[in-house]
Design a binder for this molecule. Sequence first.
Ligand SMILES: [Zn+2]
Length: 103
Amino acid sequence: VKKVYSHENRLIVFNLKNVLEDAGIACVVENEFSSGGVGDLSPFETWPELWVVNDADEERAVKIIEDLNQPTQQDWYCSVCGEKNPGSFQVCWNCGAERKPAP
Ligand SMILES: [Zn+2]
């Protein structure tokens, strides 16, 4: 097992877990129930951690997490009018429709 991510907000950690599992990467969350403070550890030192079960998946998992944490700069196509938009746009330049993630 390899640790690939840690964040104070367990919801974010669990969201990433779902994303990795969708990508076929088995993973587990450690320190899930740390908020009450366990033993001598400060709650601030026991953020939820995301671990991949298979070490071979580590590289792929890290890449996916990096991609998620970067603004997507790929061009996208408006789901309403079909116009092509630059990745930095959050609404369609042509019709003003909100950007929707690809299905
Ligand atoms: Zn549009």
